[in-house]
Design a protein around this ligand. Structure first.
Ligand SMILES: CC(C)(COP(=O)(O)OP(=O)(O)OC[C@H]1O[C@@H](n2cnc3c(N)ncnc32)[C@H](O)[C@@H]1OP(=O)(O)O)[C@@H](O)C(=O)NCCC(=O)NCCS
Length: 197
């Protein structure tokens, strides 16, 4: 097991916005290569092996500090338990091979797109909400989906992220009640039609 304290420490170390970040309309949507946010450099790239703990910190803080607005403490704990098995986590991240957004060398968000068009994970650190990192990653993975010739993109989307996904043209297909570690965590299957969109 990893020390959860290390992950939480990393999340909390990101508290607040130490930068005067302002994302102008032209750079916000590009979602690839290097984007200069005032004087801070954001890079969207593939995750690298060994970064799994950093991605766990993002996952943990996104759920405990952002999604916690829309779910109960029991649901949050079942979704992102402190004692998640590190070997399982590493295997999961290797399996989905996500893109990451890196701010001045620190991973602040990550998201994947599978060959089927399914987005499995989409998380932005709780230290950087509504700073545009989600938009950069979504732009990048939708570009990837088009390059792969996919006709649709789907995801099981949390209550917290549904407004964000709608902004990119996703629509709710059905509301679902999956059970994770014995706790029901409602979400919605959402779909984006790339052929007619
Ligand atoms: C949902 C999430 C990925 C959005 O990432 P983000 O970096 O904060 O998003 P952006 O800054 O790019 O937001 C762009 C726009 O999306 C919309 N948006 C973002 N978060 C939203 C929310 N919680 N509710 C409604 N609209 C939202 C807003 O219109 C926003 O623009 P604005 O800030 O100018 O109003 C992020 O909040 C997150 O990780 N949430 C918790 C974990 C989670 O639920 N992940 C999804 C699992 S399916």
């Amino acid at each position: 097991m990893w020390s959860t304290r290390a992950f939480i420490g990393l999340s909390l170390a990101l508290d607040g916005l130490p930068y005067n970040m302002s994302i102008d309309a032209d750079t916000r949507g590009t979602g690839d290569a290097n984007v200069d946010l005032m004087n801070d450099t954001v890079l969207v790239r593939r995750y690298r092996e060994g970064e799994e703990p950093a991605l766990f910190a993002v996952y943990y803080s996104a759920i405990h500090f952002v999604a916690s607005r829309d779910y109960t403490p029991d649901q949050i704990e079942a979704w992102a338990p402190r004692d998640l098995d590190s070997r399982l986590w590493e295997a999961r991240i290797r399996g989905i091979n996500p893109f990451v957004a890196e701010l001045d060398g620190t991973v602040v968000a990550y998201a994947d797109i599978q060959a089927s068009g399914y987005i499995d994970h989409f998380f932005v650190s709780g230290a950087y909400p509504r700073c545009g990192f989600g938009t950069m990653l979504m732009t990048r993975i939708l570009k990837e989906a088009r390059c792969l010739g996919l006709s649709e993109v789907t995801s099981d989307v949390s209550r917290t992220a549904q407004g964000f996904y709608e902004r990119f043209g996703f629509r709710v297909v059905e509301h679902r009640n999956p059970v994770l570690r014995g706790v029901t965590i409602p979400n919605a299957l959402m779909r984006l039609d790339l052929k007619n969109g």
